[in-house]
Ligand binder design. Structure first.
Ligand SMILES: [Zn+2]
Length: 312
């Protein structure tokens, strides 16, 4: 079956960690291919620093997104992993060669909006213009169709009931813009945990970032800050649990700036933002290399669109 395809060279996919006990082994028929994704934005474009660095200030900062993304491309090549790069139109305009390197290496190019404006900060018309503009830039630069979309800071929620219809109208097949948890910056706790079609009028698929449940409560385990801040064994345990108990692939994400411990510090941010942004940056690349070995990974479109079509 397509969704259980093994795209990795390593025989340890599906959750068998390096050094794991034999009783942790997963039967081959249960090896699930998970979705690996990168949100391609620079350290000064993150929502957590939006009060310190406005959009008008962006050009005053030295960009590190190209070198960090190239390091990620090398890491994926080393582990024979294909992934999806949700990329800002702003980045694609400035680094077209980077975009072509992603596409030429077999990765999926997808949209992260033009300049990281959260969806609930836009009107429906503004959102449609941003989606349209970004898709056109990415397709022009990448020379390929762009069908995936991820909202800045998972900002599709109850305030934006028109967002999925806009994405479908603009030619997107799927979105990965919902994090079904409670969080101070984002989250739509009422959303389903796994891929769903938000509208009866079309088949656009929403693929939430992965959560696990206990006692009816949802907890995050799809990468992001949780992967970097908490010990690795937590993420490994939680993602294995989703693969085994739910029988579902995980949706994992991280950012290029998370593997860059020497990035310039942004002055004036809150202690909470500083903690979330800078903690464990120096450990991140090694940790990512372990998770790339411990699980099997592929592009979002191949993991979820194939699976959805097969089950439809
Ligand atoms: Zn982002």
């Amino acid at each position: 079956m397509q969704q259980y395809r093994n795209m990795s060279d390593t025989p340890t996919d599906g959750g068998v960690a390096s050094g794991a006990q034999a009783d942790n082994a997963v039967a081959p028929e249960h090896r699930i291919v998970n979705a690996m994704s990168v949100d391609v934005e620079d350290y000064f474009q993150v929502s957590a620093f939006a009060d310190q660095i406005t959009r008008a200030d962006w050009d005053d900062h030295s960009c590190r997104v190209e070198r960090n993304s190239d390091a990620i491309l090398q890491m994926f090549a080393d582990h024979n992993v294909k992934a999806t790069f949700f990329t800002l139109g702003w980045v694609a305009e400035r680094y077209p060669q980077l975009i072509r390197r992603m596409v030429d290496a077999g990765h999926e190019l997808a949209s992260h909006g033009y300049e990281h404006t959260r969806v609930h900060h836009q009107t429906e018309d503004e959102f449609q213009a941003d989606v349209h503009r970004t898709k056109a830039i990415l397709e022009d630069v990448g020379g390929c169709a762009v069908t995936g979309y991820r909202a800045a800071s998972f900002s599709i929620d109850e305030r934006t009931p028109w967002a999925f219809d806009v994405l479908q109208r603009e030619g997107h097949s799927y979105s990965s813009s919902v994090y079904p948890i409670n969080h101070d910056l984002y989250g739509m706790p009422s959303a389903p945990r796994f891929a769903f079609t938000p509208s009866k009028n079309h088949d656009l698929l929403e693929i939430p970032v992965t959560t696990w449940t206990m006692g009816g409560k949802k907890f995050p385990c799809g990468g992001g800050g949780y992967f970097r801040l908490l010990p690795y064994f937590y993420s490994r345990w939680a993602m294995r649990r989703v693969n085994r108990q739910d029988g579902e692939p995980c949706m994992f994400y991280f950012h290029p700036w998370e593997i860059d411990p020497t990035q310039p510090r942004v002055p004036g941010a809150s202690a909470k933002s500083n903690f979330r942004h800078y903690t464990n940056l120096g450990r991140m690349e090694a940790r990512l290399r372990v998770v790339l070995k411990d699980f099997s990974w592929d592009r979002v479109d191949r993991v979820f669109l194939d699976r959805h079509r097969l089950s439809a």
